[in-house]
Design a protein around this ligand. Structure first.
Ligand SMILES: [Cu+2]
Length: 172
């Protein structure tokens, strides 16, 4: 069961931006995606801090069309063929899994990635509760794309299925 607080949305905590070009200034980080679980997924994810949030931008190919769970995972280790080595969602505040705009969410919970009919996704979001470094920092962790959509409520990972891509997040 979800607590009522799971539905308390903070309108500004995650803003999905469509198609903004990146002109990132200052420190940033990136992850080169590696195909996992037999997929052909490729691409890159970039991270920078903006407006007190973490701006996450990605260009990805080789996906199945539609929505895919997209999270920062705890461990910066993509070595397992199924990316299980990345462990669970990055959860610095010890919360339950939830919608990215909810108070009750893992820090690593982000909006789903949406692939077009060609299996390509262009993504840009500003995510609250994450940063590049420090206790909520993503550098040294990993970013994972799942086969299925995150339903934003099933525990502990939104029922988003296999891990089809994984990339270790490194400062650049
Ligand atoms: Cu995940």
């Amino acid at each position: 069961m979800l607590s009522r607080s799971a539905f308390v949305f903070s309108a500004l905590s995650a803003i999905v931006l469509g198609g903004c070009a990146s002109t990132a200034m200052g420190p940033s980080a990136s992850a080169d995606l590696q195909a996992r679980s037999g997929s052909a997924v490729a691409g890159k994810v970039s991270f920078s801090e903006a407006n007190g949030r973490l701006r996450v931008e990605a260009m990805v190919s080789g996906l199945t069309p539609g929505e895919h769970g997209f999270h920062v995972h705890e461990a910066g280790d993509c070595s397992a063929p199924d990316a299980s080595s990345a462990k669970g969602h990055f959860n610095p505040l010890g919360k339950a899994h939830g919608h990215h705009a909810s108070v009750e969410r893992h820090g690593g919970d982000m909006p789903n990635l949406v692939a077009n009919a060609q299996g390509e996704a262009k993504y840009s979001a500003e995510v609250a509760g994450l940063s590049l470094n420090g206790p909520t920092g993503v550098v040294g962790r990993s970013v994972v794309i799942h086969a299925d959509p995150d339903d934003y409520k099933s525990q502990p990972a939104g029922n988003s299925g296999k891990r089809v891509a994984c990339g270790v997040i490194a400062a650049r």
